[in-house]
Design a protein around this ligand. Structure first.
Ligand code: VGL
Ligand code: ZN
Length: 351
């Protein structure tokens, strides 16, 4: 597909009455058949530069038979035959290039002896699309010159007609060989009215936009990945931390339990010690009491013995009073002499 731009120009070659049936002086067979096609090209080129060449001979032109040339008189300047065909829809802005005006020189190419090349260059044209008649004469020579002048040259193969079919075919091969590109109407896509420079700029901007877009995408992707990674890491770490906390709590609990157990044991052993001490003391005191009691009992017995021996000596009690634990002894004694032994016994049993 070929896109037209501001650098593209259409060149319509010699679509004049004298070259077209039915009334032309030098008619190209079926030359009129390409008029509608050319009109379609003209439509496609609306807004673009359009050139139309015209064979523009003086009456005594060297190419005419009268002067030994190959052709009947044709396209004589300002004659009806030199006019463009009426069905051709040339636009207002069409640039007409008159050629072969020199009576002593024939010129088939639209570039020969004209300012076509200059005009094309002035208009910034670098690509030309060529159609018209006759294929093996003026079309061929115009195409070859266009190529020679360095224009990118398209030959519109559905909008050309030749005088002789064989020669036309040969001419087309020649043009192709020279570098012309054969195309048809359907090969030209919708218009893009912009210069090559503008196009380049646009393309550059597009490329930059693409790069920026790609970059933005990459940044987005990377940051998404980072967020993903970081949150994953955080999750992992927090899991570990909570695990650690669990462990610490467990250990602390264990430690506390240990401390508690240890302290408890300490307390218990202290308590036990205390209890033991207390009991010991109690026992001791009891033992002391017992011993005291036994001593007393002994003494009482002794006293009783003595009393038995010396009945009159009753004052021994007074003596007792002066000894240690006197009151107690009295109480014990008071309770009755038979009982103390029993009491000691019961205490012992309790122990
Ligand atoms: C042409 C013959 C004579 C042409 C011009 O336009 O092809 N042919 N003069
Ligand atoms: Zn001519």
């Amino acid at each position: 597909m070929i896109k037209l731009n501001k650098n593209s120009a259409l060149i319509i070659v010699d679509m004049q009455n004298d070259f077209l049936p039915p009334n032309g002086a030098l008619p190209v067979p079926d030359g009129d058949k390409v008029i509608p096609v050319i009109n379609q090209y003209i439509e496609k080129f609306k807004g673009n530069k359009i050139f139309a060449t015209a064979d523009w001979h003086p009456e005594n032109h060297i190419s005419f038979k009268e002067r030994g040339g190959p052709w009947p008189p044709h396209c004589i300047q300002n004659s009806k035959g030199a006019e463009f065909h009426n069905d051709l829809n040339l636009p207002d802005g069409v640039e007409v290039i008159k050629k072969a005006s020199d009576p002593d020189k024939d010129a088939y190419s639209g570039f020969e002896g004209t300012d076509l090349a200059q005009k094309l260059r002035e208009s910034g044209i670098d690509t030309v699309f060529i159609c018209g008649v006759a294929t093996e004469y003026c079309v061929k020579n115009t195409v070859l010159d266009a190529v020679k002048y360095g224009f990118r040259t398209y030959l519109l193969q559905d909008a050309i007609k030749g005088i002789d079919e064989k020669d036309s075919k040969k001419a087309i091969e020649e043009m192709k060989e020279a570098g012309a590109i054969l195309i048809q109407l359907k090969d030209i896509s919708e218009k893009d009215i912009s210069t090559r420079e503008e196009k380049k700029k646009k393309e550059r901007a597009k490329g930059q936009q693409q790069i920026v877009g790609q970059l933005a995408n990459k940044i987005k992707e990377a940051s998404e990945q980072i967020i993903k990674d970081v949150s994953k890491e955080i999750k992992k770490k927090s899991k570990e931390v909570s695990k650690d906390i669990g462990k610490i709590v467990k250990k602390s609990k264990k430690d506390l339990k240990k401390i508690f157990e240890r302290e408890k044991k300490k307390v218990e052993s202290k308590a036990a010690e205390f209890v033991a001490e207390t009991i010991k003391k109690v026992v001791e005191s009891l033992g002391g009491e017992k011993r005291g009691q036994q001593n007393k009992n002994k003494k009482i017995k002794e006293i009783k013995k003595i009393e038995k021996k010396n009945l009159p000596r009753v004052s021994s009690r007074g003596k007792e009073k002066k000894g240690k634990g006197g009151g107690k002894t009295m109480a014990t004694t008071k309770k009755g002499s038979a009982k103390p032994k029993q009491k000691a016994k019961s205490k012992k049993a309790k122990k």
